[in-house]
Design a protein around this ligand. Structure first.
Ligand code: PML
Length: 237
């Protein structure tokens, strides 16, 4: 199996990214798909596109996806209350959740922030954050999500990220798309992937926060988690 990763930027500013894990025969098809995707992102036309294709030598972990549930909300305020309730049930305190919303509302990070339950930010690079890599959604799951209206193309990518991070012990993930017109976000926990409509207003920024139960002194556990988030290959089915 091969990993294909794409990232696109303009004047050094991140525009879009995508990745998948495929059989050798599918590499060409996905490379073309990703180039098209890079050129059709709302964030602008890139002046730099990087496509990286690598054979995966490690064993791939195959896991079932988190159950997907969509919660309709009428306003951003209502949506954020829903998100907070889900996060609070995982033992995350209100002020820590507010801090996480401030990070996503500021936007501009390519990867995720990692926040512990005391509210310390643990990601080594606050500009860049931590990116979850080496993931793919199986063709069957992708089809099911789209055919059964469980979500959108964005859900197809995000379910792989959310399922992997929860499997690696992250307590919860809060995500709002950095795509200006995509206002549905999600909270993921071991109980499921909760899509919440209107989690931001159109045009607002986005981002991701992973809540972890890791004390700030425990550098070893943090480093192991980051290594796994970036390098352990997962296919979510
Ligand atoms: C992103 O743009 O990567 C975030 C995706 C959020 C997907 C929410 C959904 O399932 O609709």
């Amino acid at each position: 199996m091969y990993s294909i990763k794409m990232r696109a930027s303009k004047n050094g500013r991140h525009i879009s990214g995508a990745e998948t894990i495929v059989e050798k025969e599918k590499i060409e098809e996905y490379a073309i798909k990703f180039i098209r995707r890079a050129f059709s992102h709302e964030n602008g036309v890139p002046d730099f596109i990087n496509i990286k294709i690598e054979e995966i030598k490690e064993d791939i972990k195959y896991i079932d996806h988190l159950p997907i549930k969509t919660i309709e909300s009428k306003s951003k305020e209502e949506a954020r209350e829903v998100a907070k309730d889900i996060l609070k049930k995982e033992g995350i305190k209100e002020d820590i959740i507010e801090k996480a919303f401030k990070i996503v509302d500021k936007g501009g990070m390519r990867g995720a922030s990692i926040m512990n339950l005391e509210g310390d930010r643990l990601e080594p690079d606050r500009e860049r954050g931590v990116r979850v890599k080496c993931i793919s959604t199986s063709e069957e799951l992708k089809e099911r999500i789209l055919k059964d209206n469980l979500g959108t193309e964005r859900t197809v990518d995000a379910i792989a990220i959310a399922t992997k991070v929860i499997d690696l012990g992250v307590v919860a993930e809060l995500c709002i798309s950095d795509n200006p017109s995509y206002t549905t976000g999600y909270v993921a926990t071991k109980k499921g992937y909760f899509r919440i409509t209107n989690l931001k207003e159109r045009g607002e920024p986005g981002g991701r926060v992973f809540f972890v139960d890791i004390p700030k002194e425990d550098r070893e556990r943090l480093e192991r988690l980051i290594r796994d988030l970036e390098n352990r290959p997962y296919i979510v089915r």
